[in-house]
Design a binder for this molecule. Sequence first.
Ligand code: APR
Length: 189
Amino acid sequence: MERERRMKPDILDRIVIRMGDITQVEADAVVNAANSTLLGGGGVDGMIHWAAGSGLLEECRAIGWCPTGEARITGAYNLPARHVIHTVGPVYGVDGEDSPRLLASCYENSLALAAENGVRTVSFPAISCGAYGYPVREACRIALDTTLRFLGSHDLPEKVIFVLYSLRDYEAYREYYGEKRVEREEETE
Ligand code: APR
């Protein structure tokens, strides 16, 4: 048991935080910050649809509505991935007190879909942190806490890459990840 624990990579080592454009990042699956129509929009959704090509829109149209907090999986067409996982984040201020729970559901449901589909690496943008107005400092805690909890009880995905488009978002994620590392070191001392 002890040997098994030592051989398993620390869940924090299964998380990567980087800056960049998520449409350029190679991963088995890329998560899209969609809206409930799944028909595309601005922000990262617009860039993913643009880079993937029209086949993605057709597949999304066939799926139809996706409620806030849920996720749906499609092919990735021209993106450097096998799947796109579309999830609909809460609108900060509109979804009110439910926002943290709904945002956590986005991560949880996306990770569950990834695991069910044999995804080894998955990339996430900062869901709800653009047009939907979620403050990144609050959102990144939910993103990382939910992901760490999921990885703690699942072998897949093996790796989760958070791809941040702005320095502000990247720094918020790095800071909270740093806090988690310190907590972890204190636990293992
Ligand atoms: N790669 C990574 N992150 C990106 C990229 C990109 N190419 N483009 C934008 N982002 C970042 C933004 O900086 C923001 O932090 O994605 C985060 C989420 O922002 P939005 O794309 O606006 O997504 P969201 O806040 O969830 O709003 C969803 O926007 O256009 C739509 O159709 C979408 O209506 C939905 C709404």
